[in-house]
Design a protein around this ligand. Structure first.
Ligand code: THU
Length: 135
């Protein structure tokens, strides 16, 4: 699975975003070591706080299916589904990633003409993790 293909799957997931309140469509594609890809989109709610981000949808789908060996994630988003620039994950999603992924976990941020590759440590330096918690 190339980063380009994973980004394409994130774009595909974005089309299923349920976001009537913000108008921001977000998609994620989470690759596991066995080659399985879990797609996620953001799912909003009239009561606002139950809203879940695309990244966490993908992670929770994978984990609830028993798959926790993560290889990479691609993320895209934009107003009305138009990608004008990278769409970095929110702080809560970064912390969820850190629970299951190492510092060098690759995160592909989709851009209008490709993607920008960063690591989880780039996005969440000096992180609080399960390892720190269980000492
Ligand atoms: N959103 C995501 O799906 N992922 C993020 O990392 C940041 C925000 C969604 C939540 C909400 O539906 C919309 O984008 C605007 O905040």
């Amino acid at each position: 699975m190339t980063p380009e293909k994973l980004c394409e799957l994130a774009r595909d997931a974005m089309t299923r975003s349920y976001s009537p309140y913000s108008g921001f469509k977000v998609g994620a594609a989470l690759l596991c070591a066995d080659g399985t890809v879990y797609q996620g989109c953001n799912i909003e709610n009239a009561s606002y706080t139950p809203t879940v981000c695309a990244e966490r949808t993908a992670f929770f789908k994978a984990i609830s299916e028993g798959n926790r060996d993560f290889t990479a994630i691609a993320i895209c988003g934009g107003k009305d589904g138009v990608i004008t620039g990278r769409f970095p994950p929110c702080g809560v999603c970064r912390q969820v990633m850190r629970e299951f992924c190492r510092d060098d976990f690759p995160v592909y941020l989709v851009t209008p003409d490709g993607y920008e590759a960063v690591t989880l440590a780039d996005l969440l330096p000096y992180s609080f993790s399960a390892e720190a918690c269980m000492q």
